[in-house]
Ligand binder design. Structure first.
Ligand SMILES: Nc1ncnc2c1ncn2[C@@H]1O[C@H](COP(=O)(O)OP(=O)(O)OP(=O)(O)O)[C@@H](O)[C@H]1O
Ligand SMILES: [Mg+2]
Length: 394
């Protein structure tokens, strides 16, 4: 793999050079032209607007004709591709729902363009369709990934995650196209194996005809958001199942880890207090939660409490891990923190995070805390940038 030949920092610098020296693209040598133009594409993609959309029912997955970024999260699976003027992301809900086999049920599924597959006498309805069905039956969907990692207790998990990926992308037009997917950092005191999760996904992606590479989720956040800081800073993704943290120094992921607490924990904890299902809390939270406005009822009070708990646990973990590490480089100036992921989206989250950061002691000085431009798509975008730099180096 190209990773062995050149460091990521060298590749990213090459991308920058390609942008500032546009004459490089005019070189006669055709090979150089190809590489330089790809580098320019990747570098300029750092600044491109992201246009995102959910996968429609009945819509066919696309066969990619360039590098691909893939974020396989607890809540969403997102594919990012580089279009001429923007980065296109398509997302699918990472959920499934099963109904027993019958001719009648099958006719309905087919007629309504529902995305499903058949296994062991059951129909597996996956993605956004699963949510619609679960609502109809007034119950919860199931997940193939819990707390960021492939579940060992859902035996169908692997088949389901494959089906979800296939609902978003087909095999590439060019065999061996680079696909970079995000993987979590090793969980602190956690459950599940990152190695198993990564290997299973890698095998499947390779079978589809891609050259798969992986990137730590926090590092993907750094690649997506910290170009102007020479990829030095702390990238944090706060998702549905976990928080991922990466301290990057000049694009080198010095320290990475995760804690298995995220939006699902907040929904389920607040739901348990108030006596309603986590999925109902999730819908209310996404629609109207503001951490700036005083809580108006028991549910919002509980949501504020569990959000504060999440922030404290995350920052305490940073204090613990960073202080125990002997790998922290001497960085001459304060470094930024960038927050991403759906759970960082409520109004006021970034400010609360910044204020409570004053209470923990980190061995690096922090210059600022800001929210990523498009928190739900940051990981997929960072993975795409990684895939593009990998193609450059091929
Ligand atoms: N507008 C919003 N306000 C509050 N929370 C939101 C909003 N949009 C999404 N979320 C929450 O963000 C979480 C999903 O975030 P995201 O898609 O980044 O997670 P993921 O990448 O699938 O999971 P993970 O990285 O933990 O494996 C869910 O808990 C969801 O309820
Ligand atoms: Mg995520």
């Amino acid at each position: 793999m190209a990773t062995d030949r050149t460091s990521l920092q060298e590749r990213l610098e090459a991308l920058k050079r390609a942008e500032t020296d546009s004459s490089a693209v005019l070189e006669d040598d055709k090979q150089d032209f190809k590489i330089e133009s790809r580098m320019a594409q990747a570098e300029s993609s750092l600044k491109k607007e992201v246009r995102s959309r959910g996968r429609e029912e009945g819509e066919d997955a696309e066969a990619p004709s360039g590098p691909v970024g893939l974020d396989i999260g607890t809540s969403h699976v997102i594919v990012a591709q580089n279009e001429r003027r923007y980065i296109k992301t398509t997302n699918q809900l990472n959920a499934f729902f099963t109904i027993p086999h019958s001719k009648f049920a099958k006719d309905i599924l087919v007629k309504n363009d529902v995305f499903f597959f058949e296994q062991d006498g059951m129909y597996y309805i996956v993605g956004y369709s699963a949510e619609n069905f679960a609502n109809m039956f007034d119950t919860d969907t199931r997940r193939s990934i819990k707390q960021g990692l492939l579940c060992s207790d859902e035996k169908e998990g692997i088949t389901v995650i494959q089906a979800i990926i296939l609902s978003l992308i087909q095999k590439p037009k060019r065999f061996g196209e680079v696909l970079c997917f995000g993987i979590p950092g090793e969980p602190l005191d956690g459950i599940g194996s990152v190695t198993y999760h990564e290997s299973i996904i890698k095998m499947f992606i390779a079978r589809m005809g891609f050259s798969p590479i992986s990137i730590n989720e926090g590092m993907a956040v750094v690649l997506s958001e910290l170009a102007e800081h020479d990829y030095t800073g702390i990238g944090i993704s706060i998702g549905g199942g976990m928080c991922n943290v990466c301290l990057s120094y000049l694009s080198f992921p010095v320290l990475t880890y995760s804690i298995q607490i995220g939006g699902d924990y907040i929904d389920n904890s607040a739901g348990a207090v108030v006596g309603i299902p986590g999925t109902r809390v999730k819908a209310i939270k996404e629609k109207e939660l503001s951490l700036v406005v005083k809580p108006k009822d028991r549910l919002t009070t509980a949501l504020h409490i569990f959000y504060n708990e999440l922030i404290q646990k995350l920052q305490k973990s940073m204090e613990r891990v960073f202080s125990a590490s002997n790998q922290i480089p001497m960085i001459s100036k304060p470094i930024p923190i960038v927050l991403s992921g759906g759970s960082a989206m409520p109004d006021g989250f970034t400010d609360i995070f910044e204020r409570s950061l004053a209470k923990v002691r980190l061995p690096v000085e922090i210059s600022s805390v800001h929210l990523a431009e498009d928190p739900l798509n940051t990981t997929a975008k960072g993975a795409l940038i990684m895939a593009m730099t990998e193609e450059v180096a091929e």
